[in-house]
Write a protein that binds this ligand. Structure first.
Ligand SMILES: Nc1ncnc2c1ncn2[C@@H]1O[C@H](COP(=O)(O)OP(=O)(O)OP(=O)(O)O)[C@@H](O)[C@H]1O
Length: 581
């Protein structure tokens, strides 16, 4: 019960923002129309049920006039039901796509907002596979919430309407057996309840292992797919290591699990179908068995009423089965709701982490330099990593940061970029300063080379000639004619070429502060030297801070800052040497 209450609370929390959003009126009107249509549809069911009584009685009485009139009535009722059915589906789909559109945009906005997507990984795995949350889970949430909500409304209203009808019919239909009236008030209703509860309980009992089997199937299929993707992504490594047969064995073993589970599903489904098939056929005759004696023995009921009873019985039983069997849809729905809840929680945690005044925070600097007055960068587990005391990077200067591997150089850069929250102290950055971080492997989006080089800028921001010139300048003249070519550039280019592209990107954007995290480490020394000379020429006013292990880099930096061990962490210290470039 608590589970259901907390799921419903989560559903409310996830669903409410849409119905209060800028799209609230279309959303609310569509939802209200769907609810109204569902009520009308139950009303039509009731009218058709009453029609059956009149129609079959007319058949029994060979009443030609009533027959003709009822045929006409049926045509009108049927036409109304068909039109209603069409628009119920159409408006439902319309609401689904509007709601999904709004939720997807909201999640995308929040996920990629201010490095949340990166911080969410740091927070933990509550939001593993954000891609699945944003695609499948939103789609399932919207579809299932509407299906369950409207199905529930239908079940409640149908149950109420047909229970009243069945109860009324029970009174005109005394249950007389061997001359003794053994009817109890509303016995047809009780009959329907017992039949539905028994049947659904048995269905559950036989079918319940299917819930887990289906969950396992999805997990095993996803696991198999993930392993296939890993092979695709690491094709080169696998080929170089001649790991094909190991991979084949691993993949076959994964797929074997998919097959094994599938056999389990098949055998369970077979047993379930045997029961549900029998149950559904028995449901056709069960109400006749209950009402039969009154029709044949005491002759107190007409054919019309008998047919009406059979249908009303079926409706009550369907409605009751909905409640009992909804557990299966509910289980899947609950999983979806829990995943979206976790995703929203993870976004909130990432945002909180960014805004936490006790963590590292950015402050506008008074001058034109980036200053670290008193900074302590920590690991996510709270262990201190790097400290800085009155370190600053002045406009136009070149500084080289060195230190042992794992000392925390990259993490310091992440903190300066504003994406690493763990630690304390302020980072003073001039207002509206432009910073660019170039890592060892620059991210190159899949698309045209022009787009990849100018990323994250807009393609139109830089004309083709400028991009061609820059590519030539960084030593990639062979690519200057291929700006429109679309490719997966990270896969196609050598690491050295990718690093040249990274430098080209910096030259195009002309940032005020450029941070190079081993951004030229894959190039040979003369090429690296040429690129640093190019940066000097093209970006004379830019502050350049490099991380690098090669001693040849000294020549291009006036300042050297070293990470030296200071107790349980490393501290940034001004190194003695000063070499003019
Ligand atoms: N997301 C993370 N979660 C936990 N620990 C992390 C995370 N990122 C980095 N670390 C740890 O922080 C320490 C510093 O890593 P960092 O990459 O900053 O070192 P580095 O000085 O740049 O090393 P290298 O010279 O080898 O590139 C390492 O021990 C690393 O394992």
């Amino acid at each position: 019960m608590n589970n259901i209450r907390s799921t419903l609370a989560s559903v409310w929390r996830i669903a409410k923002p849409y119905f209060n959003s800028e799209d609230k009126w279309p959303g609310r009107i569509l939802l209200a129309t769907l609810i109204a249509m569902e009520l009308v549809s139950v009303g039509l069911d009731v009218l058709i049920n009453q029609w059956r009584n009149r129609f079959y009685t007319a058949l029994q009485d060979k009443d030609w006039d009533t027959f003709k009139r009822e045929m006409l009535v049926f045509c009108m009722l049927a036409a109304a039901a068909v039109v209603l059915g069409i628009y119920q589906l159409y408006l439902n789909q319309w609401l689904q796509i509007r709601w999904r559109n709004w939720m997807t945009s909201k999640y995308l906005r929040e996920w990629v907002h201010g490095a949340n997507h990166y911080r969410m990984q740091l927070v933990g795995d509550a939001a593993d596979n954000p891609d699945q949350r944003i695609t499948d889970d939103i789609k399932l949430f919207v579809g299932q919430t509407l299906a369950i909500g409207i199905g529930l409304l239908n079940a409640v209203v149908s149950l109420a309407s047909f229970v009243v009808i069945l109860w009324g019919l029970s009174t005109i239909l005394p249950l007389v057996l061997f001359g003794v009236d053994i009817s109890i008030p509303g016995y047809l209703v009780w009959g329907a309840i017992i039949y539905a509860v028994l049947g659904t309980a048995l269905t559950q009992w036989i079918g319940s292992p299917l819930v887990n089997l289906n969950f396992d199937q999805q997990r095993l299929e996803a696991d198999f797919r993930f392993n296939l993707v890993r092979v695709r992504e690491n094709a080169e490594q696998i080929a170089l290591l001649k790991g094909e047969s190991a991979e084949r064995e691993r993949l076959s073993e994964r797929f074997g699990r998919v097959i094994g589970n599938w056999y389990g599903i098949m055998s369970r489904t077979k047993r379930l179908t045997a029961f549900t098939g029998t149950y559904a056929q028995a449901a056709v005759v069960f109400p006749f068995a209950l009402a039969g004696p009154a029709y044949f023995v005491s002759k107190t009921v007409q054919l019309g009423a008998l047919i009406q009873i059979a249908e009303a019985f079926g409706k009550v039983q369907d409605a009751l089965s909905f409640f009992i069997s909804a557990y299966r849809t509910m289980a899947e729905w609950r999983a979806v709701v829990a995943r979206l809840d976790g995703f929203e929680g993870s976004i909130a945690a990432a945002e909180k982490l960014a805004d936490d005044p006790a963590s590292i925070h950015a402050k506008p600097a008074s001058g034109g330099e980036i200053a670290l007055p008193q900074l302590l960068v920590k690991l996510p587990n709270g262990a201190p990593l790097v400290s800085a005391n009155r370190i600053s990077f002045r406009p136009g200067e070149r500084a080289l940061v060195t230190g042992p591997s794992g000392a925390g150089k990259s993490t310091l850069f992440r903190a300066i970029a504003g994406i690493w929250p763990y630690g304390n102290g302020a980072i003073e950055i001039p207002a509206n300063a432009t910073l660019m971080m170039l890592p060892q492997r620059p991210y190159l989006p899949i698309g045209s080379l022009h787009d990849a080089v100018v990323y994250p800028g807009e393609a139109a921001q830089f004309d083709a000639k400028r991009v061609r010139d820059v590519l030539t300048a960084v030593g990639l003249p062979q690519f200057s004619t291929r700006l429109d070519e679309e490719a997966h550039w990270n896969r196609m280019l050598s690491l050295g070429e990718q690093q040249r592209l990274g430098i080209a990107r910096a030259l195009l954007h002309v940032p005020q502060f450029l941070f190079l995290d081993e951004a030229t480490a894959s190039l040979d020394e003369p090429s690296e030297a040429a690129l640093y000379r190019l940066i000097d020429e093209e970006l004379p006013k830019t502050t350049v801070v490099s991380i690098g292990h090669r001693s040849t880099l000294d020549a291009f930096h006036q300042r050297s800052i070293a990470l030296v061990r200071d107790g349980d962490h490393f501290a940034l210290r001004e190194a003695a040497r000063v070499t003019a470039s």
